[in-house]
Each structure stands twice: as structure tokens, then as C-alpha cells.
Design a protein around this ligand. Sequence first.
Ligand code: NDP
Length: 315
Amino acid sequence: MSDVSVEKVKCLIIGSGPAGYTAAIYAARANLSPLLFTGIEPGGQLTITNEVENFPGYPNGVIGPEMMEDLRKQAERFGTDVRFEVIAKVDFSGPVHKAWTESGQEIQADTVIISTGASAKWLGIESEQRLMNKGVSACAVCDGFFFRGQEVAIVGGGDTAAEEATYLAKMCTKVHLLVRRDELRASKIMQERVLKTVNLEVHWNTEAQEILGSDGVEGVKVLNNKTGETSVLPVTGFFVAIGHKPNTEIFEGWLDMDENKYLKTVPGRSFTNIEGVFASGDAQDHIYRQAVTAAGSGCMAALDAERYLAEKGII
Ligand code: NDP
């Protein structure tokens, strides 16, 4: 790689969800001239959401991709250099951090803000993709409200599924929890909560085979993997809660992660184990995972980066 392609910046932001763009707004307004790489999915997970009703400041709701466009424009307004490219590799061994784009461009940065997010895991059946945002969702907190007074199904057996199933039960007439084994992986307390919710029916040893409907969900065909019997549940909403995967592969070996590969940060701060590298959003948060919490942590990361640069005498 020739030196000609090396670019030096004070603040490199990786990722373009609410965390990345909020970090960019703050960093740009602090005169850090941030350079932001959007990654494969510009705008992040919100671009696969339909309407966002729980982001403060939008009394009439906002379409997910529109909100992300607004955030991008706001970041650009103050001088963020937004590039629709992917960072493929990093090297955090020296005082100046290095990153390379997929096309081989080297970036050197005094600070790096990571906001690469997480991706929901999906079942991988054809009807799931086809009916995405038309009754199929991976976020009950985001989309459950659209199914109030209706009957829905949710797949999964972990804490997320248990939490989202009980959340949905508060607004839906009936919730079917589809569990592929004969037990839940969720914590005892969550299991108890699930089992004592009257309008929540657990279907053990049950797999979703096909989501029915063409322009909306009209039912789900399920298979009992013990008896081989199939049946159709009359639901109009279908939720998948089988876990998330943080987009942190390129940081392996450099940054401390938990057992599920979420980046570890100092509690209450955005510091990672490497000086000058900060983490925000879902890449480091498996608990809240909301646009507004991601945005808040992006702001924290930018403020931490700014203070770090000031302490080092760089700005
Ligand atoms: P988990 O990995 O804990 O659970 C995933 C669940 O989905 C498992 O029950 C798994 O089944 C099931 N599953 C996976 N793939 C499929 C598939 N293809 N078809 C059907 N079912 C499938 O993920 P969670 O998101 O639930 O939790 C992630 C982490 O976050 C955990 O550590 C959890 O404790 C934590 N968390 C904590 C909360 C809290 O404390 N309030 C709230 C939410 C999450 P199987 O069991 O058979 O493998």
C-alpha cells in the first residue's frame, strides 16, 4: 500500500446508525472534522424498520430510512465527511490508529468512534424476508404497538424472547411463543413471568415453517418437531427474537469483548481498552438496543473523544 493513499484525521467514525451519526454531529460541531464510514447498511438497523414512533421529537412518528437521512444531513451540515464505504481492517497497535477501507485506502486517526451496531438474527425462511415490515419484525418494542388488539407469534427461548413476549402480551389479545426445544434458555425469573402470563401460550418443540400471507401476515404454519404434526396459528404479526450479533469481527484481537462479542466499555463511559478508541450504540449494548439510547451513547463517545484530543494537546 503506497503512502499516497494514507489520509490523516482527528476523528474516524465507523458506522452510520443513530450512534454514529450522533457522534458525528457532536464531533463536527466541536471542529474535529470527523470522517464517517457508513458500512454495508447505510443508516443501520433503522433502515429496515418501517415507522419509528418512539424517538423523541417526532409526535407523528417518522419513517426509519427518512430519520436516518435526516441524521446524515445534520451530520454533514456541520462538516462531517460521510463516505459510503466499508472499513475492512483496523490496527490499534500504535498511538495513531489505523483503518483500511475495502478498497485499500488507509486512514490514520487520533481517535476512533466505533458504532458498527448489531444485526438481528433471522430464521432464514423465504416468507420471513418477503413479509419483512409487512407484519414480520425483529423488535417488539419498536413494532409491537402496531399489533395492539391482535394475535401474534414470537420465536425464541432466551431472555429477549421472554421479555418481548410478555411485553406483547400487554397489548395483544394473544401471544404464541414458539420454542424449538422443550425448555427456555431465559433466566428463571423471566421463565416464571412467561408461564404466568395468561394470554401467552408457549408452544414447546415448535418451529415456524412458513409465514402465510402475501401483503401482510395472515398466519404461521408451525411444526411440532417431536410429533411431526403441523398446524396453522391465526396470527397477524410475527416476531423473531432469536438473538443479535454485534458487528465487531474486525476488532477481534484488538478490543476486549464479552462472550457474545459485544465490545466492553468502562461502565458509564465510552472508553474501550485502547486509548483513543471509543465505542457506542448496539456494538457495545445488548440490553437497551434503542435508537435513542444508541444516539445518547454516540454523543458520549464524541464528548469523550474531544476531551481525549484536548488532553493530548491535539486540539
Ligand atoms: P440468546 O442467545 O440467549 O437466546 C436465543 C434463543 O433463540 C434461544 O432460546 C435459542 O434456542 C433460540 N434460537 C436460536 N436460533 C433459533 C432458530 N433458528 N429457531 C428457533 N429458535 C432459535 O439470545 P437473547 O437475545 O435472548 O439474549 C442475548 C443475551 O442478552 C443473553 O445473555 C440474555 O440473557 C441477555 N438479555 C438479558 C435481558 C435482561 O436481563 N433483561 C433481556 C434480554 C437479553 P435454544 O435455546 O434452543 O438454543
